[in-house]
Ligand binder design. Structure first.
Ligand code: ADP
Ligand code: ZN
Ligand code: ZN
Length: 757
């Protein structure tokens, strides 16, 4: 839709070729902005950064974003094209979001157009008008209305009002006035009469899928804070008017969410908004449910499960300030806020905050930058904070706040290291673990087995000739999924049916090697089917509603043996689980990545944290062939803070992040020579200006071939961040020039990579 600024047409003297230059970010994989002349007859004084502009781009039209109204262009003015139309009356992007986008573009050295594409709802980028959604209000009964209902005398002479009130009392989510028409005659007048008495109220729903729930009806009184919580809240509340990063470290169940809720209440009371980032919303509805229960007023939710329209609506409600609380996943860090008051990042260690393709930003780090730009506090919460954050706390850049104990005083479950060397194993489970499972299940309790590998077995192999289920496109094995009778590559997604015989020698002696969740489920079925088994992984929860069904079964005790991957480690609480078995920790102990042990520790504690309650704390059993692994021992005997200190000491000694700063240049091509060739050129370009930097590589990636392309890396490392970025500024510009000569190579830069494969 084309909207021209109304005053434009009356201003003359703005013909093509004159007037200021519009610097515009156009969605394109190119690194730079593009210069245009203002649209014909447009008053340039009305133009502001953050407005959308329709521009000709190649042979198409695109929607771009005005970055600045500049004086001069490097391009010959005669060659400049003219923008076609201004699409907004006001800048659609608040200044602070525009600033954050530009900061992120500079820091991650990524094409600006793609940064916009990540940050903004697709409909806005397509030029959709930024009109606030119109929502019909929901009518609901107030507590005064509830009392009136119970008092028969009050309503005796108003039967119509009574009928309507009665009806509303049964609609816990409220009802639209349209729906009330059939209930009584003249429902509109009756509603007005009831409203004037204070017995009903109209509330604005936010997203149609989840109408606002009446807080007066469902909310429980908030708990009395324990002293540790109270102290945390006092400390953060004293800093609501300035930038300060707090690292809230507290074991699962220590009351962090309660702290968030209180801080948000304090921020709302000052007429400000809160932005809360969380790794997952679809798979972990509990957090959202608690927010809805406790926080009055509209809440906007931003996550990948929304359709384009819902996303735009939520975005606009946040921007207008209608939604007081915005809860979202990674890209919500760019959500516009009218009156931002606090930024909260829950489970701040979670890897999903880092985007792993395209524009590889880290939402937690950007939240800190945004808080700094806005002058508001940032709270990073976790039971197992990232070592980067712990180091920032150690060096006093972040203020560390601790909630040391589980609420209600219950102890954390003890962790037992089970040495399985030379032990007879049944389908990956040792006898001592099986014994414990039996006794816990016999006591009517629940057991959780954690195995971070879905499918039946990670490889199928021929005992006759040695054939293995190699993926034809990747340096990886295809996983056997027996239920579907398919081999599936978890790296490129390719799959094919399983034959009964070896594709090479025709032998029928095919064997599944190793264990996945599906195999564990099958193996345990015979002995434990009577207790009900719930397998929870990406395969078993793919269908809509299936996870909810499984969770409900577990909650009611219909299924008492839980087998799952890391989906289990996120957000869910299983109070009846008293035994957690970590089936295979060894993979994580000696991974290729220097972050392996950190991830292993976080996963163990996150899984452990799902279990038990004060009265039944339970136990965690870890099966390993490396019972003396030093970091594992520290984690188990002294807890996460001690583990983090020890792991940081190792990182410091090895000069790994956070004691060094990295960027990874990745290249991939169908022809391996080309990918390596590009990186060699890149290295040659780098060498003369790489002062204060270490260049490592180029080298083939740990998994060299993936989806039919060969991948290689050049790792850059610097002791000081500014050295790295000063270098990147110059180098990336040269690489762009280089790229023009070889289009067969795809490359990307990953600043602060968290995965090196
Ligand atoms: P975390 O986010 O650290 O896992 P929660 O805030 O979810 O912890 O708290 C765990 C449980 O304890 C929740 O059911 C919560 O309602 C309850 N809770 C939190 N704080 C208190 C408190 N001060 N008194 C009683 N119950 C509390
Ligand atoms: Zn064979
Ligand atoms: Zn593959």
């Amino acid at each position: 839709m084309k909207v021209c600024v109304p005053a434009c047409s009356v201003v003359d003297g703005c013909a093509a070729g004159s007037g200021p230059i519009l610097r515009i970010a156009v969605p394109s994989p190119l690194y730079k902005t593009f210069d245009y002349l203002p649209p014909l007859g447009c008053d340039p004084t009305l133009l502001q950064p953050g407005m959308r502009v329709r521009v000709p781009f190649g042979r198409q039209n695109r929607v771009g974003f005005l970055i600045e109204v500049g004086g001069e262009s490097e391009i010959n003015p005669a060659a400049l094209r003219q923008a076609l139309a201004i699409l907004d009356y006001d800048p659609i992007l608040p200044v602070d979001v525009l600033a954050l986008i530009q900061w992120a573009q500079r820091y991650y050295h990524h094409p600006l157009g793609e940064v916009f594409a990540t940050a903004l709802p697709v409909l806005l980028r397509q030029g959709e008008p930024a009109l606030l959604p119109t929502l019909s209000p929901l009518w609901r009964i107030t507590s005064a209305g509830q009392s009136a209902l119970t008092d028969t005398a009050t309503l005796r002479r108003a039967p119509t009002q009574r009928l309507l009130l009665d009806h509303l009392a049964s609609c816990s989510g409220g009802a639209e006035s349209e729906d009330l028409r059939p209930v009584v005659r003249n429902s509109a007048a009756t509603l007005r009469a009831l409203r004037d008495k204070g017995w009903v109220e109209a509330v604005t729903p936010v997203d149609p899928a989840h109408p606002v729930v009446s807080s007066a009806l469902v909310s429980l009184p908030p708990p009395v804070l324990n002293p540790a919580q109270a102290e945390v809240i006092t400390t953060v509340s004293a800093a609501l008017d300035r930038f300060q990063v707090f690292l809230l470290e507290g074991v699962t169940g220590s009351g962090k969410t309660e702290v968030y809720l209180r801080l948000i209440e304090a921020v709302l009371a000052r007429g400000r908004q809160a932005l809360v980032l969380t790794p997952e919303i679809g798979l972990t509805p509990q957090l959202l449910a608690r927010f809805r229960e406790r926080l009055p007023g509209p809440l906007a939710v931003l996550h990948s499960g929304l359709n384009d329209r819902e996303r735009l609506n939520a975005w606009l409600l946040a921007r207008a300030g209608t939604a007081k609380v915005v809860l979202g996943t990674r890209s919500a860090v760019f959500a516009p806020l009218r009156a931002p008051g606090i930024l909260i990042v829950d489970e701040e260690h979670d890897a999903s905050f880092k985007q792993q393709q395209g524009f590889r930003y880290h939402a937690r780090d950007l939240a800190v930058i945004r808080g700094h730009q806005l002058g508001i506090p940032v709270v990073l919460g976790s039971a197992t904070p990232a070592l980067e954050s712990v180091q920032n706390a150690h060096s006093d850049r972040y203020q560390l706040l601790r909630l040391p104990d589980r609420v209600g005083g219950g102890a954390e479950p003890p962790i037992l290291i089970l040495d399985v060397r030379r032990q007879p194993m049944t389908e990956g489970l040792s006898q001592p673990l099986l014994e414990r499972m039996r006794s816990h299940l016999a006591r009517d309790e629940q057991v959780l087995l954690f195995l971070n590998r879905r499918g039946f077995a990670p490889v199928l192999f021929c005992h006759e000739c040695g054939w293995m289920s190699q993926c034809p496109h990747c340096d990886a094995r295809m996983t056997l999924h027996l239920r579907q009778r398919r081999l599936v590559c978890h790296h490129c997604g390719d799959s094919r049916p399983v034959d009964r015989t070896c594709p090479i020698c025709g032998s029928v002696d095919l064997r599944a090697v190793g264990h996945g969740t599906e195999r564990l489920e099958t193996a345990l079925h015979q002995e434990f089917s009577s207790v009900g088994i719930a397998r929870i992984d990406r395969d078993s929860t793919r269908r809509r509603g299936s996870l909810e069904t499984l969770l409900a079964d577990i909650h009611h005790g219909d299924r008492r043996l839980l087998i799952g991957t890391q989906i289990l480690a996120k957000g869910h609480h299983f109070p009846k689980v008293t035994l957690v078995g970590i089936v295979d920790v060894d993979q994580g102990l000696y991974g290729v990545d220097f972050r392996s042990s950190e991830r292993m520790a976080q996963l163990i504690l996150q899984v452990a944290g799902r279990a038990g309650r004060a009265e039944k704390p339970g136990i965690v059993v870890i099966q390993t062939h490396h019972p003396d692994h030093p970091l594992l021992r520290i984690l188990v005997s002294e807890g996460y803070p001690a583990f983090a200190t020890a792991a940081l000491a190792e990182r410091r000694a090895a000069l790994f992040p956070p004691f060094a700063h990295q960027a990874l240049l990745r290249a991939e091509a169908v022809d391996p020579e080309r990918a390596m060739g590009f990186l060699h050129t890149a290295r040659r370009l780098a060498e003369p200006m790489a002062e204060g930097l270490e260049l490592l590589g180029p080298a083939p990636a740990p998994m060299e071939r993936r989806a039919g392309r060969y991948r290689a890396h050049l790792l850059l490392q610097a002791a000081r961040r500014q050295d790295l970025h000063r270098f990147l500024n110059r180098w990336i510009a040269q690489l762009w020039a280089q790229q023009v000569t070889d289009r067969t190579v795809r490359w990307s830069l990953d600043v602060d990579p968290i995965e090196l494969y």
